[in-house]
Each structure stands twice: as structure tokens, then as C-alpha cells.
Design a protein around this ligand. Sequence first.
Ligand code: ADP
Ligand code: MG
Length: 449
Amino acid sequence: MNKTELKKNWNKVLSLLPQDQMTRIRIDTWFRPLQPYRLHEEGGVIYFSSPDGDNFTAGLVRRNENMLGPAVEQVFGRPYRIEVRDQKETEEPAGDIPEEGGFFNPRYSFENFVSGPNNRLAVAVCLAVADEYSREYNPLFIYGGSGLGKTHLLHAIGQEVRRKHPEKRILYISSEAFVNEYVNFARTNKMEEFREKYRKLDILLFDDVQFIAGKKETENELFHTFDSLYNAGKQVVFVSDKPPKELGDIPERLITRFQMGMIADIQPPDYETRKAILIKKAEQEALTLDPDMMDVLDIIAQNIPSNIRELEGALNRVVAQGALTGEKITKQLVRKVLTEVFHTKSSEITPTAIKKEVANYFGIKVSEIESSKRSRYIAYPRQIAIYLIRKHTNLSLPRIGEEFGGRDHTTILHSYDKISEEIRLSEDLRKTVDILEHHLTEEFSTETV
Ligand code: ADP
Ligand code: MG
């Protein structure tokens, strides 16, 4: 049984589980992120990798075996044990299991995608490609780091085109699946069929193209597939974790093809975008956005800087943990979960706490720190506060500017650089900053327990 079938069967298993609210949360938080990667007939085991590679999920699965067992048996026709392995130990590459053919994840829609300065261009061109009249972005090449929404966007294009043009032949495939398919068809002398399948497409959505590197024959096949689609005026979208020119091991002629059309990048989201994503996600989960919940979202947004998959994971964990123990979702709970699961030291060092501490230390008012007054006895503490906020929170420069009456981000950067430099030169300032930091972290640690 290949991975795609395995994954399909696993989804069937999940759909057979009871559908009450609690189980639904458990399924989405614990079981759905598990990736089945091998079925061992003789051993009667299905191996799964867990995206966070911890023992937490393995334990949960074991505890829920009496719920999973019957569903597994029903789908697979016999009982299987479920083994969760740390992803690092699994012999196959990590990553999403390709959904072959026409399946798109309904959650990965344009409506559910939050756009921000980090991904605006990519979203704009994806929308244009999904629109029947744009053929100018061909091929479209999107690149960006892991968990930043590349696969989401590919699915969104696919679903949008399918909605508007059900007759169009759309295929989403990842390089891993493409390579496997190529190998299978080649082995069974069915290359004609393979070519037929790919060359009659209207849109090819090709995910994680970087993984094709080094697979000579498949690269060659992709090259010809691309040319025949492109020459027939068909749309091709490539996704990669690197820009074309950094795709070292891929032949030059293929790289040239990647660069022929439009290239758009996705950068890690800034704080506002992270917060907006969490709010959207919370709304989807029908969570009440009361002040407590907003605080919780804020802490997550501040502590998980770059990966949106982790951002969602953190929220899911917090919600599941809350539902499980009946605890109200509070700052304390979120800190506990963040530290446990993400090994992130969740800091309660907020801009407000920093401004208060600094104002207190220098005997001035917070409102003065935030003001535009320029006298040195206020400007200097303000620069120190800016320095501390930049150092201890993940706020973007513009966002820090907002904390100080809408100052320009260049002013913020200047203050930060100035204080960093002075700390190196002045023993006095170093001591001052030490004391401030000590106070701030102490406040945090007494609050956590
Ligand atoms: P990638 O393919 O770049 O590694 P994915 O597309 O798999 O990342 O995204 C990881 C998760 O984050 C998915 O659940 C996706 O829905 C979500 N996600 C990523 N970017 C956004 C965004 N801008 N708005 C909403 N959800 C997002
Ligand atoms: Mg992806």
C-alpha cells in the first residue's frame, strides 16, 4: 500500500470516530497531524511520524487505542497496531504526503488565507492565475520557508479553478509523488500513459520542486512535461523552498524554465499577520474572542516567530489542553503549553511591561516615554525601552514604532543600534540594562508558577 492510499485510509479511520465536540478536537489536534508512512503487513503495524517529533503524541495514541482500534480494523480489514515514531528516526523524508489527483484540502482556500506584507505579491499572483483571464504569469514560481503557506496557496488555486471551471483538468502533485509515479510507470513500461496523463492537463500545480534535485531522469521528464504544457498555453505553477538560482543540483535548463515567468516569494509573517492568522483560526474553531482569548493569541503570536504550522499547532494544543482538563484557556495555560511543546521560553515580557519598568527606573511617566518629547532625560530612557522591546519581543520595527506614538521604523532601528553600541562602551549603561532585564525576567518567573 503506497503512502497516498495509506493516508486516504487513515482519513477514513478518522471519519469513523465519534463526531462529538471533544472527539473532534482530539482528532484534529492529535490524530490528523500524524502522517502514516509505512504499513508493515507481517508485523501488523502502521508506522506514523509525528510532526513535532515528540513522545507526547505517541502517548496519546496509546491511551486512545481502544477508540482507534475498531476503526482501524474496519478500514484495513484486520487489526493493526499504531506506532508513532519521531520524524527524525523515520527512514523517509518528512513532509506532507502528496494528495494525488484531484483532491484539495477544503481548508486551504483563498478565504482562509490571511495576506500580509510578507505574502501579498504571492497571493496577488495566485489569485490572478486562478482567474481565467490571466495567462501572463506563466510559469508562476513561488518560494518561501517551511510552513509559510505555499501548499495552502497551491490548493487554493486548484479549488478556485475547479469551482469556476469544473471541466478543466487540474493536477496537484509534489515532486516526491511525481518521482514515485515516474519510477512506477517507467518500470512497467507505461511511459506513454504517464505522458498522456501529464500532457493533457490544463493546470499543473507542482509542489516542493526542490526535492527533484539529483533525480536525473525525472528532471528530464519534468522538463519535457513543462515544455509541452507551456507550448500548448497551459498554466504551470511551481513551489519551492528556495529561489530558482539557489536550486543548486537542478539542471540549468530547468532552472531557466522556472525563471521564464513570474517569481514571487513568501517571507515569514510579521507580528500583525501572525495575530490575524490566529484570530481567523480561532474564529473558524468558533472560539469566543474575549479579552482572555485575545491575550492568549497575543502570547502565541509573540512567541512563535516564523512558522505558521507551529503557530496553528500551538493554538490547537492550547485549545485541546483546555478542553481536556476543563481548565479555562488563560495566559498561564498557554505559557505552560508553549514551554512544554515548543521549548520556547514563553516570555511575558511585553512592550507595556518594559515601558513601565523603564519609566519606573528613571522616575518618569510611561506617557512621557511614549510621547514625542525630546529632552534627554526622556529621550534616553525611551531609547533604552526601544532597545529592550526589540531584544525581548518579536515585534516588528513598525509595530514597535506604534508603541511609541507612531514613530518611524528607521527611528526605532536607530535607537536600537545606538543603545547596542553604547552598551559595549559604557559599563554604567550595561549595569542599568542588566538591572532592568533582571526585574523584567523576575516578574515573569514569579508569575508563571
Ligand atoms: P508550506 O507548504 O509553505 O510548508 P503550508 O501551506 O503547509 O506551508 O502551511 C502550513 C499551515 O499554515 C497550513 O495549515 C496553512 O493553512 C497555514 N497557513 C500558512 N499561511 C497562512 C496564511 N497566510 N493564512 C492562514 N493560514 C496559513
Ligand atoms: Mg508545503
